[in-house]
Design a protein around this ligand. Structure first.
Ligand SMILES: N[C@@H](CCC(=O)N[C@@H](CS)C(=O)NCC(=O)O)C(=O)O
Length: 254
């Protein structure tokens, strides 16, 4: 377990941001190997993952899900930087919230984002390629039409499905806002936890936080309808909480 862990990512992916954030916060030095969507299937399979990124390879151990990476990072974090409360009941609540965000907010926000960016090859080329091998960056402008067709089919990205996804995202945001309604600074208790980290990371698909681990397009660069929704969700109490977590908790160990 002495060698530097390797994190296989799709750099723009919000689940990958979740893993980067957990590892950065724990002060774990890792090597990120970034790949574009679809191409990532090859390194992920070679590493012993399933199909999705992120995958963390640490010595002989393979962590093929962002929640597993969060657990490992938290276990290795210095005192005070863990991502789960000491109290077992509170830790169970944090894990349950993380599981809910992983299962719903992550896929729904992503579907909405892909649909809202339909046809914007320029944005995909400008922002999708941070850290990927040069051949992938060069290939994307040509591969974009095929890659988006594969992604659309694979993730069921259609205007109708995206409208349902937006409604789902708004429901999650309203539930988070209700939880924060008593003035608490974090989703569970008095400390930043995996619940805040997961909510903020996965909400990034609809918020585009400036402090994200790779550059994201800001509202003025987005299609007008998408920009209006991003601005509205940034102003929502749950969106404001996610942006605050990025501002105050993302760069502690950078
Ligand atoms: N449950 C997984 C979900 C990760 C996930 O959906 N990753 C996406 C990127 S945002 C992915 O790799 N999609 C490509 C695929 O499913 O083949 C986790 O938490 O790590």
């Amino acid at each position: 377990m002495s060698e530097r862990p390797v994190l296989i990512t799709i750099p723009i992916s919000h689940y990958c941001e979740k893993a980067r954030w957990a590892l950065d916060r724990a002060g774990i030095a890792y090597e990120e190997r970034a790949h574009l969507q679809v191409v990532h299937w090859v390194p992920v399979a070679r590493a012993g993952g399933k199909k999705t990124a992120p995958v963390l390879v640490w010595g002989e151990r393979v962590f093929a899900d962002s929640a597993e990476i969060v657990e490992e990072a938290s276990a290795k974090a210095p005192a005070g930087r863990g991502l789960f409360p000491d109290d077992p009941a509170a830790a169970t609540e944090v894990r349950a919230l993380q599981g809910d965000f992983d299962a719903r907010l992550g896929p729904e926000g992503r579907r909405w984002m892909y649909n809202a960016l339909r046809g914007r090859r320029d944005i995909a080329v400008a922002y999708g390629c941070t850290g990927v091998p040069a051949w992938q960056r060069r290939a994307l402008p040509f591969a974009y039409p095929v890659a988006t067709r594969i992604i659309d089919r694979y993730l069921d990205v259609t205007p109708a499905a995206a409208a349902r996804s937006e409604a789902d995202v708004r429901e999650v945001f309203d539930a988070v806002a209700a939880r924060l309604g008593d003035g608490r600074p974090y989703l569970c208790g008095e400390r930043f936890s995996a619940a805040d980290l997961t909510f903020a990371s996965l909400a990034a698909a609809v918020l585009m936080p400036p402090e994200y681990g790779v550059p994201l397009p800001q509202p003025e660069e987005l299609p007008a309808a998408m920009a209006a929704t991003v601005r509205e969700l940034r102003a929502h109490p749950a969106g404001a909480h996610a942006l605050k977590m990025f501002r105050e908790e993302r760069r502690l160990s950078a």
